[in-house]
Design a binder for this molecule. Structure first.
Ligand SMILES: O=C(O)CCC(=O)C(=O)O
Length: 265
């Protein structure tokens, strides 16, 4: 299946997404599209703006959050952003709430992410009323078990927003809102834990209340993922306190673009 504007999810896929909280599409982007994304990385990672969040020791960048700019870096990114399946799942027009690039370099410099729900920060800080938001994870590199893939607790989104967190005031990003360990242990015992693995070009669509995290990447290999966070236009955030790279304020619906733009990327 290609990541193009004509793709429509089947009833079975929509049902599975509602049931498990995620869908995985192996090899959705072809080699040329993956190469276009890889080629965009050095420029993005060398930026000096506040949108690049570095490791504690200043070594590698852990995240670039830049909704509008990532879309201009590469036509492949822009095309990947205009996803019909996301409109189908949210039954609304969508805009990009955030884009994040997590390079997760090897030899331990790609730090761990504690167990969390992405919606936690958006509800608490950005005034996002409902969890009508999807995290599309675009695998720029192979995500194997050795490279600390995303780990998800399937079906955990069905518990909705879990207001039971360990607040780490000195932590960054979602680690600030680590879920309390008893809750994670109980839901993992009930549902298991699954790694989202696949070759470069795989795309996962993940419900924003699905509990997930990842370990340190001690392998020698990079494991870059581009995260595109789609919010339903009817669910636009009401609080604009956070800066543009964390809470994008342009609620214009994404326009479908032709699939050929991917190949031309
Ligand atoms: O890229 C990872 O390993 C984790 C990222 C994550 O959990 C997130 O962006 O919410």
């Amino acid at each position: 299946m290609r990541y193009d504007v004509t793709v429509r999810l089947s009833e079975d896929q929509i049902r599975r997404y509602a049931e498990t909280g995620y869908l995985l599409f192996e090899g959705l982007l072809d080699t040329a599209e993956v190469e276009a994304l890889r080629a965009a990385l050095p420029e993005v990672m060398s930026r000096t703006g506040p949108e690049v969040i570095r490791e504690q020791d200043g070594a590698g960048a852990v995240g670039v959050r830049d909704a509008p700019l990532l879309r201009t870096v590469s036509p492949a990114v822009a095309a990947a952003a205009d996803a019909e399946p996301v409109r189908q799942l949210l039954t609304d027009e969508v805009y990009l709430h955030q884009s994040r690039l997590n390079p997760k370099e090897g030899f331990g410099s790609g730090a761990r992410w504690d167990w969390h729900q992405d919606y936690s920060a958006w509800q608490r800080v950005d005034g996002m009323e409902r969890p009508d938001c999807i995290m599309a994870s675009v695998f720029i590199d192979d995500c194997t078990v050795e490279r600390s893939p995303l780990l998800v607790i399937p079906r955990s989104h069905r518990h909705g927003f879990i207001d039971s967190i360990e607040l780490h005031r000195d932590a960054k990003g979602y680690s600030l809102y680590e879920l309390d360990r008893d809750t994670v242990a109980r839901l993992a015992d009930e549902n298991g834990i699954e790694p989202l693995i696949g070759g470069a070009g795989t795309v996962a669509l993940v419900d924003c209340n699905l509990i997930h995290g990842s370990a340190n990447n001690i392998s020698p290999w990079r494991r870059a993922i581009l995260y595109l966070i789609y919010n339903a236009c009817g669910n636009a955030c009401t609080n604009g306190d956070r800066p543009w790279f964390q809470n994008h304020r342009d609620f214009t619906p994404l326009q479908a673009i032709e699939d050929t733009a991917l190949a031309e990327g």
